[in-house]
Design a protein around this ligand. Structure first.
Ligand SMILES: NC(=O)c1ccc[n+]([C@@H]2O[C@H](COP(=O)([O-])OP(=O)(O)OC[C@H]3O[C@@H](n4cnc5c(N)ncnc54)[C@H](O)[C@@H]3O)[C@@H](O)[C@H]2O)c1
Length: 277
């Protein structure tokens, strides 16, 4: 296969540093100490300061994802992987999503192309949130059905990953996270839950996989009531261990309206919903 002249050859996993964007956010603060404990050398990035003690060997550099120059300067020269968890984590106006999630993710992929790094991206179930709950076993090969502008930004990132692999050989693993919480809260989470230990297993699997190429993996635990199936988990060796069923007695019934309870994306589906049929 011909290689594009502007792309640096891929570096071997484990030989350099991992840039973690969104490090000061909820999931970033779970991942930072866990990845450091697993032996990864980390450069943490966020707009906001890192609120916890820095993990062993880690550095922190503040930079806005939307400022390519600043993000490039924050990215260590010997970066091998960018674990991209920074950005807006829920539905917002298209203008807000456009900056942090669309432009920010484009900047991440451009830097990955320039440095020969792999991208591990926090995608979301909201890329396919408009599948009905009666539709079981949605796979990564089913068409996108985003449930808002946030979901569209995840579709964009997955498509960008496809483009950058086909055109530039940039590897990326897209983690279609369900609901990553310490424990399931409501009935929907019995299908969508990703435990914190399984999140860590998932990201480490994506980091150490020898040749993931372009991969999409559901970011959920081995939930008995899962809605999603058929992904690239085997290719990266991800084996979830937890099951939301253990919490069946403690979750509360899902609130929301008819629309949110009809579709897999839940409350995101009813935000601004105006169909009358
Ligand atoms: N928590 C979940 O269940 C879940 C589910 C699906 C996907 N995800 C994705 O995982 C990622 C992390 O989620 P989270 O719950 O930890 O979110 P979070 O909001 O707690 O963390 C996101 C971090 O990104 C930073 N950030 C936002 N805009 C930035 C910018 N322009 N430049 C630099 N940093 C910026 C914020 O300061 C914040 O610390 C998000 O991409 C989210 O969409 C999370």
């Amino acid at each position: 296969m011909m290689s594009a002249s502007a792309t640096v050859p891929l570096r071997r996993p484990g030989t350099g540093q991992v840039l973690l964007t969104g490090a000061s956010g909820t999931l970033g603060r779970v991942l930072a100490p866990a990845l450091a404990a697993a032996g990864h050398r980390l450069c943490l990035n966020d707009l906001l300061p890192f609120p916890d003690p820095l993990p062993d060997g880690a550095t922190f550099v503040a930079a806005d994802l939307t400022d390519r120059q600043a993000l490039g300067a924050a990215c260590p020269e010997d970066v091998t992987d960018i674990v991209h968890f920074g950005g807006i984590n829920t539905e917002k106006s298209p203008e807000v999503i456009l900056h942090a999630n669309i432009l920010g993710t484009l900047n991440v992929f451009e830097i990955a192309r320039e440095r020969g790094a792999r991208v591990i991206f926090a995608s979301s179930n909201h890329a396919v949130g408009f599948y009905s709950r009666s539709r079981q076993s949605v796979t990564i090969n089913d068409p996108y059905r985003p449930d808002g502008h946030y979901g569209v930004s995840k579709v964009y990132a997955e498509a960008l990953g496809r483009l950058y692999y086909d055109k530039h050989g940039v590897e990326s693993v897209h983690l279609r996270i369900g609901s990553c919480l310490p424990a399931p809260l409501e009935t929907r989470n019995l299908a969508t839950w990703l435990s914190y230990p399984d999140l860590v297993r998932l990201v480490i699997a994506a980091l150490v996989a020898p040749e993931p190429g372009y991969a999409i993996v559901w970011g959920i635990s081995r939930n008995t009531r899962r809605w999603w199936a058929g992904d690239d988990a085997d290719r990266i060796g991800f084996v979830p261990q937890d099951d939301a069923e253990a919490f069946v007695g403690s979750v509360v019934s899902e609130g929301g309206d008819e629309v949110s309870r009809a579709f897999q994306g839940g409350s995101h589906c009813s935000i601004g919903y105006s169909r009358r049929d």
